[in-house]
Design a binder for this molecule. Structure first.
Ligand SMILES: C=C(O[C@@H]1C=C(C(=O)O)C=C[C@H]1O)C(=O)O
Length: 375
């Protein structure tokens, strides 16, 4: 039975089973929003004696033209105060890693160098280049335990565990379980109030407290990171203005911390215009330049040219929407797919003028830790 779990600082959503798949005639924002809306309204009519609003959960891939996995689940459980998940640190019978492939990636450094040439020549301003690392174990990975560890270690994140059905439409992700702890919300909506918290511009955290403080300070002062961040916020602000009113775009970013990395983050907010569905806004924003680049088209072409894999649901969206138009859609970052004895982790970094292959490789290694250390 397909399961979907999402734990945030405010709630824990767990669903089981698939009552109805969302199958729009086209994979674009308006068609998806219309199909989701129709399914939710039909469920609402059917279940008028229930108090909770019907919900659609799922994942939208990096490439929005590819099929999303969206469905009305059979069973839904909301917990306002997420209970602690047991058995996190028990060591017995843990699978043992046999091999780690591509932990160091000369091809990634090479890709960054090529992108820097394109940027220098003015072909684009930014592209987010990702890489993947594979870990093979001697026995199947206990994914519930990985989820419990991700939850315990990332209390401020959007932590997820979701089954991808065995269906050719989902490519390499078919039959896998997606797990991760994302720091980044693309669309949150409560009673029409929408917000987004894009992150861009990052530096690894350091074990020594004074050094970590210095790293945090220099991220705030870094012209390169501020420019990379500003470009993302500007693009998101423009989309917000099209779909929302009373839009607030901060002039300066805040610092966002995860256990392994510092990010620059900005809280963009507004009120959805009459009749606009949060999923329409999500499709209009996604993929933001935080995971693709800028301008959008040359950035996506560079990603397709330089990455030797299909992102699938990595750098996509994961979340839910209910019949009242409330929703949360977070980026599927700091994540990986588990299939039996094999785990594949993904991480990317924004390449802009001033980036270096060595530093960006190190940044992806830091980001990979969130998932890999939970295995
Ligand atoms: C692409 C990833 O992260 C994105 C890239 C960031 C950056 O380059 O500074 C920061 C946060 C994310 O928007 C990832 O974690 O895989």
């Amino acid at each position: 039975m397909a399961s979907f779990n999402l734990k945030t600082p405010d709630y824990h959503l767990r669903t089981r089973g698939i009552a109805e798949m969302i199958t729009p005639s086209r994979w674009d924002g308006p068609s998806v929003a219309a199909s989701v809306h129709a399914a939710l309204q039909a469920r609402r009519k059917e279940g008028s004696n229930r108090t909770a609003s019907p919900v659609v959960v799922g994942m939208i891939p990096f490439d929005t033209n590819a099929p999303a996995l969206l469905y009305v689940p059979e069973e839904v459980e909301w917990n306002a105060e997420p209970a602690a998940l047991g058995g996190v640190e028990a060591a017995a019978l843990q699978p043992v890693p046999l091999a780690v492939d591509h932990a160091d990636s000369p091809a990634y450094r090479e890709g960054v160098a090529r992108l820097l040439e394109d940027i220098e020549q003015g072909a684009l301003e930014k592209a987010v280049l990702a890489r993947r690392v594979e870990v093979r174990f001697d026995k199947p990975v206990d994914t519930d335990r990985v989820y419990a560890r991700l939850c315990a270690r990332n209390p401020s994140a959007y932590v997820f565990q979701a089954d991808v059905p065995e269906d050719a439409a989902f490519g390499d992700n078919a039959g896998a379980i997606l797990l991760g702890a994302s720091p980044e919300l693309v669309v949150g909506c409560r009673r029409g109030r929408v917000s987004s918290k894009p992150l861009a511009g990052s530096t690894p955290r350091l074990a020594d407290q004074a050094a970590d403080e210095a790293a945090r300070h220099s991220l705030l002062q870094s012209a390169k990171d501020q420019a990379e961040h500003a470009l993302v916020v500007q693009a998101i602000g423009e989309v917000f203005h099209r779909y929302a009113r009373d839009v607030v775009v901060p002039e300066q970013p805040d610092l966002v911390e995860t256990p392994v990395i510092w990010h620059l983050g900005s809280h963009v907010s507004g009120v959805l215009r009459e009749g606009v569905c949060p999923l329409t806004l999500a499709y209009a924003l996604h993929p933001t330049p935080a995971v693709s680049g800028w301008p959008q088209r040359p950035a996506q072409e560079a990603i397709a040219r330089l990455e030797d894999f299909d992102r699938g649901f990595y750098a996509g969206l994961i979340g839910w929407m209910d019949a009242d138009g409330n929703a949360d859609w977070a980026l599927t970052l700091r994540c990986g797919f588990i299939k039996g004895c094999r785990a594949t982790a993904y991480a990317g970094a924004g390449i802009v003028a001033g980036s270096t292959p060595e530093k960006e490789h190190a940044e992806t290694a830091t980001k990979l830790k969130t998932f890999i250390n939970a295995l």
